[in-house]
Design a protein around this ligand. Structure first.
Ligand SMILES: C[S@@+](CC[C@H](N)C(=O)[O-])C[C@H]1O[C@@H](n2cnc3c(N)ncnc32)[C@H](O)[C@@H]1O
Length: 412
């Protein structure tokens, strides 16, 4: 398998030439069923004798079967410690067209979409193509679904429909092969919001920074924050430690359950605007969507000998100036004014990375995109100092990547 290389061809054929367990991360967006025509050069012959474009199958079932052949190969090439991010939107019954021929005289373009067992997807009904696929990946192929990330698009396409809401998000499914996998959440944590810090501190006593209240101690109904403002907090009758623990959600047996000092877990709702891209390719990923996936799921250092990826080591340190307000502008956000983040009392610092002691040197992790399109995953992978391998069937789209290179936008 060649690295930092784009293979031109049918994803299934190319994947079959790759060795087992050779990539650390897969980030991709497949052609959706019944939505777009990526051009005649993307038509391929499938093992069931259907000849046509992935996504333009006459039935949803046929489309799912084709994709499942590909996801089976993806599972084979993904390392045991690997992670797959699969972005997959949906389409409605009765919209768009289908294409391709099922042998001579077979089903042709423009025919009504049909679901499993030949029953029609009701006009106007969401096909749920993505969730149907993911269910089969879990049930038939043994994938473990860890997250159903909602990629919310604040600048989503305006819609002419008058009898439903416009579609403003797409799911990105995070799947793994094993219960244990490499994942660096600390690489993508965010600063806490003021409200979260307040919630955390509900139950903080003067004696114990994470205590939900020592026996006999006066408990407060809210945050114990005389240092923050002058407001007095009164005791709520009947409130006890368990009650506070239950409501704060952060404590059990006086222990803080979250690594609060490390920053906020970004959660599974990601608001990221689609990125305008002038070249003729639809459906390009925004770089901001891809970057956190690479950072948290594709290791930067893997031992050249034993193949173990290094794991971050952090240390908790006390801040010099706890309990202060800071004005923090969020770059790129319009509402910079008035954005306030409060520093917590503790912070976490990365003090190093685990070492397998092989002393054989390190290599960067490998990220695969089997439906590369204009090459966003490949580009961001290089920018973040990992290696990529990409597959794209359309020569036209591979040329877009070359044009970006000529304009100096790409660094590979
Ligand atoms: C949704 S787009 C991917 C967009 C990409 N994430 C980006 O940022 O530009 C899907 C891509 O899959 C390609 N494609 C379609 N059928 C394919 C196949 N059988 N093998 C490989 N690529 C294929 C299409 O040409 C298209 O560029």
């Amino acid at each position: 398998m060649k690295l930092n290389h784009i293979y031109q061809g049918h994803a299934l054929d190319v994947l079959r030439t790759f060795p087992d367990e050779c990539v650390d991360t897969i980030i991709t967006s497949c052609p959706y069923w019944g939505l777009r025509d990526y051009g005649d050069e993307t038509r391929v012959k499938w093992s069931d004798a259907w000849y046509g474009q992935l996504g333009l199958e006459p039935t949803l079932e046929l489309y799912l079967r084709h994709l499942l052949q590909i996801t089976q190969e993806l599972k084979r090439v993904l390392k045991k410690t690997g992670v797959l991010f699969w972005n997959h939107g949906d389409s409605y019954g009765g919209s768009g067209g289908s294409g391709g021929d099922y042998n001579a005289g077979g089903l042709r373009e423009g025919q009504t979409k049909v679901g499993k067992s030949g029953a029609g997807i009701q006009p106007k009904c969401l096909a749920l193509q993505n969730y149907r696929l993911i269910l089969r990946m879990i049930d038939d192929q043994g994938w473990i679904l860890r997250n159903d990330i909602k990629w919310v698009k604040p600048n989503h396409m305006p819609s002419s429909v008058k009898d439903r809401f416009a579609n403003g998000y797409e799911p990105v499914f995070m799947l793994v092969k094993n219960k244990k996998y490499w994942f660096d959440l600390d690489a993508v944590r965010e600063p806490h919001k003021l409200a979260s810090l307040e919630r955390l501190q509900r139950g903080i006593s003067d004696h114990h920074k994470y205590s939900a209240g020592a026996p006999g101690q006066t408990l407060h109904s809210g945050i114990n924050r005389p240092r923050l403002n002058k407001r007095k907090w009164s005791r709520v009758p009947g409130q006890d430690k368990q009650n506070i623990e239950k409501h704060s959600g952060y404590f059990r047996d006086n222990k803080c359950l979250v690594d609060f000092e490390k920053g906020k877990n970004p959660g599974d709702v990601w608001e990221i605007a689609t990125q305008p891209f002038s070249a003729a390719h639809f459906a390009t990923f925004p770089e901001k969507l891809v970057a956190p996936m690479i950072k948290c799921a594709c290791p930067e250092w893997i031992c050249k000998k034993c193949g173990k990826a290094r794991v971050r080591i952090t240390k908790k340190t006390k801040r010099d100036e706890p309990y202060t307000y800071q004005k923090v502008g969020i770059p790129g956000e319009s509402n910079q004014r008035g954005k306030r983040e409060r520093c917590g009392q503790y912070q976490a610092e990365t003090i190093g990375w685990t070492d397998c002691k092989c002393s054989a040197g390190w290599k960067q992790g490998i990220c695969l995109d089997p439906f590369m399109g204009s090459g966003t995953v490949a580009k961001v992978t290089r920018l973040i100092h990992r290696r990529y391998v990409a597959i794209e069937i359309s020569k036209k789209y591979i040329k877009i990547k070359d044009r970006r290179l000529a304009q100096g936008i790409f660094d590979f």
